[in-house]
Design a protein around this ligand. Structure first.
Ligand code: HEM
Length: 206
């Protein structure tokens, strides 16, 4: 994308009232990730079960599950292969799920454009995983987070543009304001939500 932003972590340029802070904020426990409304199906179901949209003990529990999943992955992309089918293979899922991963990744952040199509794509991924449970949520979470960030990295390599592939993230400040956080100098984030896919990135997009 022209501004270097990416679907899975995309934060469209906000009006100037959204303050841009440095990455130190990511180490400050008073700044929380924006919460996402819960739901029984679709993207709302996913967001309510992944580490990306919660903090504290709930985050530690969900994050441990994701870390365990990442640690057990054996990823072996063919030279030049798109990273999403390679990750699907490592998760024992069909490469044919890749288009659904892309659609879900584009709607992952709650403030990006939502659609019935994205919710339907999520439901197909749940079906491919075989159960509507926390393990499925962790697998889909890995797929969509990786897809958005890695496609941004590939696009950045093509364009030669400088800066982090995911330029910003968001937090809610102690006074309730939503702030943007500049990831310059911290491309994989920092603190409890720091990216668990950093080592895998080097394997998937060498
Ligand atoms: C170019 C490659 C990548 C970049 C630049 C990147 C960047 C980031 C950043 C900045 C965050 C933190 C967001 C925040 O604190 O608000 C994050 C979180 C995350 N990333 Fe990555 N990522 C990349 C690749 C991957 C890959 C390959 C995976 C999975 C295999 C992955 C999975 C995740 C997950 C699950 C989280 C949420 C962690 C949590 O909330 O505790 N990422 N990523």
């Amino acid at each position: 994308m022209p501004d270097g932003s990416v679907p899975a972590e995309r934060f469209p340029r906000q009006a100037r009232r959204v303050e841009l802070l440095g990455p130190d904020v990511l180490d400050d426990p008073r700044y929380l990730v924006p919460a996402a409304p819960s739901g029984e199906t679709g993207l709302a179901w996913l967001r309510a079960r992944v580490p990306r949209f919660c903090d504290g003990a709930q985050h530690r529990r969900r994050r441990a599950a994701v870390d365990t999943l990442v640690a057990g992955l054996s990823v072996a992309p063919a030279p030049g292969e798109d990273p999403t089918p390679a990750l699907l293979r490592a998760l024992d899922l069909p490469a044919a799920c890749a288009p659904d991963v892309a659609v879900v990744a584009a709607a992952y952040q709650p403030h990006t454009r939502q659609s019935g199509g994205a919710d339907a794509a999520l439901e197909r991924l749940v079906e491919a995983c075989g159960a509507r449970d926390d393990t499925t949520a962790a697998r889909i979470c890995l797929l969509v987070q990786a897809h958005g960030a890695l496609q941004a990295l590939l696009e950045q390599r093509r364009s030669g543009l400088p800066g982090p592939p995911v330029p910003t993230t968001r937090r809610v400040a102690p006074d309730g304001r939503t702030v943007e956080v500049d990831l310059t100098g911290a491309p994989f984030g920092r603190g409890p939500h720091a990216c668990p896919g950093r080592a895998l990135t080097a394997v998937l997009v060498p």
